[in-house]
Design a protein around this ligand. Structure first.
Ligand code: C2E
Ligand code: MG
Ligand code: MG
Ligand code: MG
Length: 292
């Protein structure tokens, strides 16, 4: 949208924005070949049970290992991506996650399900479904090893009915569907009624206001109640401290993600965290003396 808006606006030449535009064009050109060059990387962020702190699964979050600039977050490159490039990137992500899952399962690690953020472009047609189906098949995985996250603005798409159809196909296999960034887009309550999903994710912009803005706190309470009354799970993203966790628990939210628990981390680091925990649990179970 930004690119289109810019084209339609008369811009007075200024050196800073010219340089910036040049930089964006360079990035976009490099992005076009990033998938072929295996430059996309997956970071994993834990989802935990807020009550017990127990690990429930991971969300897969893309990073781009740019040859000169290093690891870039999605905010730097997703806005520059066109349909078919997003498709190539998503194929990389799903393949990396499938390969990691296969390794972890072979090592006997229980990592829970891995959430894939599926963009609208792959939900309108068959592509997103086919991609995950192929990954499950090729790596001898279970459908339940995956879950998917979609943002609420897919409702605004003309293909909303097709998207609902795709999502229903996932759910028939038991795959959990989350409505991501809830509260920031334009989804109406009608969509919430008609859209088949399992989990509502409260956007972190609300969570960040806990303890600061009473209105945000009331909105969070309302979202949690709404989710519960619709029979959905509720997840809070962006939990950074204990007081936010306590508020959310108190308000009835069951699941959370955030730096307070774990940042998005490379596969080896994320899994190490799990393994360390398992070992600690094993030790304290066997020998009570070690417990302080
Ligand atoms: P999202 O799906 O809502 O992911 C949550 C974002 O919040 C992630 O940013 C995560 O790093 C960040 N986050 C989590 N906990 C905290 C916290 O405690 N504090 C703060 N400040 N931030 C936290 P990230 O990784 O930069 O991703 C941004 C967005 O890019 C994602 O939002 C998602 O919409 C999109 N994205 C990421 N990976 C993919 C992907 O593989 N495919 C697609 N299509 N989109 C992706
Ligand atoms: Mg997400
Ligand atoms: Mg989110
Ligand atoms: Mg978000």
């Amino acid at each position: 949208y930004a690119a289109k808006a810019k084209r339609n606006t008369a811009v007075i030449f200024d050196e800073a924005s010219f340089a910036q535009r040049l930089e964006q064009n360079r990035l976009a050109a490099a992005l076009a070949v990033a998938a072929d060059r295996d430059e996309f990387v997956v970071y994993y962020q834990q989802k935990v049970n807020l009550q017990t702190g127990k690990h429930l699964g991971f969300e897969a979050l893309v990073r781009w290992r740019h040859p000169q600039l290093g690891i870039l977050p999605p905010g730097r490159f997703l806005p520059l991506m066109e349909g078919h490039i997003i498709q190539g990137m998503t194929r990389c992500i799903v393949n990396i996650v499938a390969r990691d899952l296969r390794t972890w399962k072979a090592a006997g690690l229980r990592v829970g399900s891995i959430a894939i953020n599926l963009p609208e472009a792959l939900l309108v047609g068959d592509d997103g479904y086919a991609l995950i189906a192929a990954a499950v098949e090729a790596n001898h995985l279970d459908w339940l090893d995956f879950s998917i996250e979609v943002t609420e603005d897919v409702f605004l798409n003309r293909g909303a009915n097709q998207i609902i159809e795709t999502i229903s196909r996932f759910r028939k296999h038991g795959v959990s569907v989350s409505l991501d960034d809830f509260g920031t887009g334009f989804a109406s309550l009608v969509h919430l009624r008609d859209f088949p999903f399992d989990e509502l994710k409260i956007d972190r912009s609300f969570v960040a206001e806990i303890g600061k803005d009473i209105r945000s706190e009331q909105i969070i309470r309302a979202i949690i109640d709404l989710a519960r009354n619709l029979g959905k799970r509720c997840v809070a993203e962006g939990i950074e401290d204990e007081s936010q966790r306590d508020f959310l628990l108190n308000a009835g939210c069951e699941i959370g993600q955030g730096y307070f628990y774990a940042k998005p981390e490379p596969a080896a680091v994320a899994v190490d965290r799990l393994a360390r925990r398992a070992v600690l649990r094993g030790i304290s179970g066997r020998s009570r003396k070690l417990r302080v």
